[in-house]
Design a protein around this ligand. Structure first.
Ligand code: ADP
Ligand code: MG
Length: 352
């Protein structure tokens, strides 16, 4: 598995509309994903090349690998704007690193700032902000060590997950726990396998949705909502969009059709989900784009599970990547979706 990241940059060197964007990735295929979750957050080579091709329809693009040499490369290339898809290499602040460097260098970039990216990657911090604004999110606690559990009462069922991972890393079918025994086993697994704090969250039993948001301010749009259909999962498994559901059971050569887009929901629920997502987008000060995971509680109230300000963008529709799926339902091609994100970032930076 080779680490290969890229930043895509467009310059105004010819005086016409050209800009540059940045991307950090590692090559992997969905099949490789079945063996390890180490690279689950990184983009595939196919994705990087598809992003490059999309931006090249309107801009000169230079790829810049989002590694330790990236600051130097940014200085050499002097892009007008960076299209940031850098997931980062390591640590809980990994998604903030490239945007922070770009701020240091005074180079505009698409998407959220380092503060928002860092907070959203720490699911508990994001939930604390949501709670302040009274935006529903499941009750939770964070355990830094196993000892912190210390016989404390826990309401079952609950979900045990790593504090700052994405792409369902560490969320297995067994992460939904109904007994103290299961809870303790899952907490130990997360603490050991990921060496990071564990988030224990109240399990929400209702329908699950994900919403793609595009734009800023009064131009912010919620694209058609996607429902995750748990009834399509193999018999007997838990209703979770788990690692197995995302990367193992659903393969392009034997896909699980677990997505309805647009979701079959009445106008009232649709309005409620959209309003909750827009409030969350603003509460976390997201910019340009974000994908937000939502689940209903036992009273059908939408709750925010998490925000993804650097959403997955697999180009092949068979891979069921949610942001491109919602964009397709809204009439965007893959490239017009990415160029809409770049336009939002350019406009925000006074470059349009
Ligand atoms: N509190 C919860 N209640 C119900 N399901 C949950 C809860 N937390 C996570 N899940 C399930 O696990 C999936 C992955 O969790 P999420 O927090 O979105 O992590 P990731 O960053 O890996 O996508 C969700 O899409 C949902 O199906
Ligand atoms: Mg999620």
């Amino acid at each position: 598995m080779k680490k290969e990241s890229a930043d895509e940059v467009s310059n105004r060197e010819r005086g016409d509309q050209e800009a540059t964007s940045g991307v950090a990735t590692a090559t992997r295929t969905k099949l490789q994903q079945t063996r390890t979750d180490t690279y689950a957050e990184w983009d595939t080579e196919e994705t990087i090349l598809a992003v490059k091709a999309a931006l090249e329809e309107r801009h000169t693009v230079t790829m810049i690998e989002a590694d330790e040499d990236a600051p130097q490369r940014f200085l050499q290339v002097q892009p007008d704007i960076v299209f940031n898809i850098a997931e980062g290499l390591r640590g809980p602040s990994r998604e903030s690193q490239i945007p922070a460097v770009l701020e240091l260098l005074g180079i505009p970039y698409t998407g959220s700032d380092p503060i928002t990216l860092g907070i959203c990657l720490d699911k508990a911090r994001a939930k604390e902000v949501l709670s302040y604004y009274k935006i529903p999110t499941p009750a939770f606690r964070v355990l830094n060590t196993f000892a912190e559990l210390d016989g404390a009462p826990v309401e079952f069922p609950c979900v045990v997950k790593p504090l700052h991972e994405g792409s369902s890393r560490g969320i297995l079918d067994s992460s939904l726990v109904r007994t103290r025994d299961e809870l303790e086993r899952q907490i130990k697994r997360v603490l050991t396998d990921y060496d990071e704090p564990t988030l224990v969250e109240k399990f929400l039993p209702g329908r699950e949705f994900t919403a793609a948001l595009l734009g800023n301010g009064s131009s912010l749009r919620v694209l058609p909502i996607i429902e995750i259909r748990f009834d399509q999962l193999p018999a007997g498994v838990n209703p979770l969009y788990s690692y197995e559901a995302k990367w193992i059971w659903d393969q392009s050569d034997h896909p699980i059709e677990m997505y309805d887009c647009p979701a079959y929901i009445d106008a009232e629920l649709e309005g409620h989900i959209k309003e909750t997502c827009v409030r969350a987008f603003h509460a976390l000060r997201c910019r340009d784009w974000c994908r937000i995971d939502v689940r209903l509680d036992e009273h059908d109230t939408p709750h925010i599970l998490e925000l993804n300000p650097l959403p997955g963008i697999l180009p092949n529709p068979d891979d069921h990547s949610a942001f491109p799926m919602a964009a397709r339902a809204a009439g965007f091609s893959y490239s017009s979706m990415l160029n809409a994100v770049l336009d939002a970032g350019s406009l925000r930076n006074g470059l349009a």
